[in-house]
Design a protein around this ligand. Structure first.
Ligand SMILES: Nc1c(C(=O)O)ncn1[C@@H]1O[C@H](COP(=O)(O)O)[C@@H](O)[C@H]1O
Length: 163
């Protein structure tokens, strides 16, 4: 099956964070693709990627970027499919710069903004599963199973001293 989720990131250096998105999509069995695309460094490629996303069959785009993180917003400006933004933790400002760059979109062009770093990267994949779940019940079931397993793991390990 061709990719339903496009995972893009501003730089190879974002892969340490965005690999958590890919890992979770893999775990849920959701077909996806990953690619470095930068609004700053490869603006023409970004426009082409966003403009062609829908016709290529993508249903959701997850865009991770750090610092002056314009990638998710510019991607959202060029496509109608939902864009989920993951703020990558930058070295200088700990990702607060990334978060604010992504979250403060003007009314009319939404980006669904996740938490900074790994938590946001994982949750973006789970959110994508929820969005896809209406059209593809198998991913809704995979999401439910993930949640049930997570709950059970916590219930089975109540002692915080056991690691
Ligand atoms: N925020 C953006 C964009 C963009 O928004 O288009 N392109 C690259 N970057 C970010 O620059 C940071 C440093 O990149 P390098 O490590 O390549 O210098 C990365 O976190 C990347 O997401």
């Amino acid at each position: 099956m061709s990719a339903l989720v496009g995972v893009i990131m501003g730089s190879k250096s974002d892969w340490a964070t965005m690999s958590h998105t890919a890992d979770m999509l893999e775990r849920l069995g959701i077909p996806h693709e990953v690619q470095v695309v930068s609004a700053h460094r490869t603006p023409d490629l970004l426009f082409q990627y966003a403009e062609q996303a829908e016709q290529r069959g993508l249903r959701v785009i997850i865009a991770g970027a750090g610092g002056a993180a314009h990638l998710p917003g510019m991607c959202a400006a060029k496509t109608h499919i939902p864009v989920l933004g993951v703020p990558v933790q930058s070295s200088m400002l700990s990702g607060v710069d990334s978060l604010l760059s992504i979250v403060q979109m003007p009314a009319g062009i939404p980006v669904a903004t996740l938490a900074i770093g790994k938590a946001g990267a994982v949750n973006a994949a789970l959110l994508a599963a929820g969005i896809l779940g209406h059209e593809f019940p198998q991913y809704q079931n995979a999401l439910k199973k993930f949640r049930e397993d997570q709950t059970q793991t916590v219930l089975d390990n109540p002692d915080p001293r056991d690691f």
